[in-house]
Every structure is written in C-alpha cells, then in structure tokens.
Write a protein that binds this ligand. Sequence first.
Ligand code: ADP
Ligand code: MG
Length: 475
Amino acid sequence: DSFVFNVLLRIRPQNAREKLDMCRKCVTCYADQFQVVLGKDKAFTYDFVFDENICQQQIYDTCVESLIESCFDGYNATVLAYGQTGSGKTYSMGTAFDVNVDPEIEGIIPRAVNNLFNGINIRKQKAAEENLPSPEFNVTAQFLELYNEEIIDLLSTTRNIEPKVKKNLKIHESQDGDIYVAGATSRTVTSPDDTAKCLQDGTLLRTTASTNMNAQSSRSHAIFTISIRQTRFVKTIEQSDELESISAKFHFVDLAGSERLKRTGATGDRAKEGISINCGLLSLGNVISALGDQSKKATHVPYRDSKLTRFLQDSLGGNSRTLMIACASPSDCDFMETLNTLKYANRARNIKNKVVVNQDQASKQIAALRAELQQLRIEVMEYRQGKRVAESDGEPIYSDLHHENVMLQAEVDRLRSRIKAMQQVIDSQKARNISLEVNKATEMVVADPSNSLDISKVIEKYVAEIENLKYVIVT
Ligand code: ADP
Ligand code: MG
C-alpha cells in the first residue's frame, strides 16, 4: 500500500492584509506534476500539491476519506498540519470546530467524524440486511494539548473548576506497543454532534496567552484523537459466524506555528514559550530526518526527545497511515518561512510507515488458526486425490503417480502443439494444390484453340478426383 506516509502541500489564498500591503505572490503550484516552485527556481515535489483553488471537500475526498475507511479495517491513521502561524493549519484541520460554520468550508475533523458515523450506520444496516448480528462500535474522543513540554487534558472536567490544578499526565507504552496518555479523559461519543461538543469544549480550554485568536493556538500542539473499537462477526469457511474485535486510532494534529522566534518579536515569558515550542517541532524535524535518511538506515530515532514525538511515535515511521499537510502562505513577505516549510516537508517524503491491523489477541489467534485450517484442508485434499502420499517415516512427499501424471501431461501438451504445427503445414499444402489445379484447368482451356473442349470430360475428371479425396479423408 503506497498510501502510508504522504505529504501534501497546501498554499492558502492571500489574506486581506497581504493584499492591502500589495504583497506579491511568490509561489506557483503545478498540481498535475505534484510540484511547487518558490520564487524563480526553488522547486519541490510532494505527494499532493494544492493551491488556493482547492476546496476543503476535495482535500478530504482525495486524501482523508480512505484513512477513515481503513480505520474500519483496524488501521491507525494520522493527519498532521504543519506550517507557520496563519498559514491555514487550523482552517485545514477544522480543529476550531464551530457548529455554525458554513459546511462548504468545514475542515477535515468534522468531515471525518461525519464519515465515521455514517460508516457505522452503513455497517449496521448491512448486517441487518444480511441477517447477521449487528456489529458493535465504541467510539471515544480525546483532546490533548502539548504546551511547554507539558500535557494538558482539554477534556478534563476538573479543569473547568480548578484550571490551575495540573494532573500529572505521562505518556506510557502498553505491552503490545500502544502509546497512550495515562489518566487522560476519554469521552464516549455516539454522534457527530457529540464529537463536535468535545472539540468545542476543548478549544475553549486551550491556552489563552493572548486575546488574539491565532496567538492562542500558535505556541501549542493540539491533538484530537478518535479511537474506534469494533466487534464484528466474520464468516468462517464453514459459513459459521465468529466474533472479531479490532480497533484503530485516528490522530488529528494541529501543530504549533513553525515560525522562527525572532519573527514573533516575543520577549520574556513569551519568548520562553516560543523557544520550547521550537523544541517540539525541532525534535519532530529530527525524527523526520532520521526516518527519511535512507543512507544510514538503522540509526537511533530520537522519539523520546519531546512529548510530541513520543506521543506520535506510531504516526512517524510506525503503525499508522499518515498524511502530513504542510501549509504555506503565497506571499513574498513570508518567503523565508515558506522556504523553511517546503524544506521541512520535503524531508518527510522519505518516511515509510508499516501498518498492521490492530486485532485483539483472541481474534489474532483465531485468524491464525483459520489460516492453518485452510492449509490443512488443501493438504488433505491432495492426499485424497493421490497427489501426495506419506512416506514410512511420516514425511509427506508427492506420489510417483503424481510425478508420472505431471510428466505425461507435459508429453500430451508437447504432442498437441506438434499436431497443431502439422495441421498448419497441411493447410498451406492444400492451398497450393488448389492453385496448381486451377492453373492446370486454365491451361487445358487455353491450349485448345478450337475451343471445342469437352466440358463433360473436365467435370468427369474433377468428380473422380473428389471421390478420391473423400476416400483419403475417411481413411
Ligand atoms: P493557522 O492555524 O496555521 O495559524 P489558520 O488556519 O487560523 O492558520 O488560518 C489563518 C486565516 O487564514 C484564517 O482566517 C483562515 O480562515 C484563513 N485561511 C487559511 N487557509 C485558507 C484557505 N485555504 N482558504 C481560505 N481561507 C483560509
Ligand atoms: Mg491555528
């Protein structure tokens, strides 16, 4: 499957401020060639390249819908939005989920959530139509913020009352390699509205260091996670039903702004924040470099250098289908930031993730046993057909009869093709004979100047010939 780690570049339209300042556009997209050119000659290639003319629906259909579909089959997925503040990360992700937003410009999360619940209904309906027991789904949402290397639970109910009380949230790894935040709130959601409520509640709690909407989210990473656990019935080869339990996680990551600290003009506390955010993105960059570097394959990947990379370990070179959306401004005033984003995203292109289905132990074992059963059935059938025989020491071998059969079959095939070749020779000889006969008859007619040739004699000659030939064919 090639859709495992893809990088998408999205250039937003110029905003009113940039138009007012008469900024010039310095980015040209060639979507068909998956190429973008910055300035005159800085060209980069990605898995997808979209300019301002792409709409939210198209992005979703092209790159995200299939991820939701594969969640139903037990594969993890991740969408990461990267780029400087104001480049369109939140717009693309739909992290600031507003129920009143125009459906046309809804971002990825609300679309994915609708898609997910639709998919659940379709699967339940299908089971009902086929008279199968209904599959069960358990969907939960988590909303975390990583800020100054600290994990903040945006869905924590105690946070509303006592925002200063910090739970000590830590990242853990379970026995089967699943990475999770111990103690973080997981809310069960049963509809798109439920899920929208989680996003809204969480967004309200996000760090508000400034009254400016964008400054609020520019220095922290927001990770919205949907977990899907599914218990479904599968038909075995005996046509009986068997329970199978699979799960998948979908991370939606709205990263902190990638701009360099000096550009923000921050000082004091704000500057400290800026530095540590750059630290999170810096480790992400280092992880991306280590993963993408094909020359030194077995090097250490520094996942543990930051909370962000540790938490997203699976999404980066691990068990997840991941889409990285690099967002950038088209204007020349952002030239350097855009160049940095293009370079950063370019390094990520070499990452290869390995995906496996998340099945529970019992289901995994059952699937393995089922495969073994299938194999044994084939073997038994081969014994029955006499294709295999058991040696005295119990080692199975293919019988002599079978070997002889194979050889005879080859001989038959060889003879068949010889017959075919001979038939072709016969056909061409026949054609030659006919033309010779025609020439002969014509000569007879031409040779008789009086034209008093006895036609009946000619006919008689041919009838005799036909009779002869009939005899040849029968023998
Ligand atoms: P970020 O989250 O990267 O800081 P935002 O997503 O908040 O940036 O985008 C900044 C502004 O630009 C917002 O007002 C948003 O509506 C607008 N915007 C971003 N991308 C697009 C786009 N592709 N089309 C239209 N408006 C956009
Ligand atoms: Mg944002």
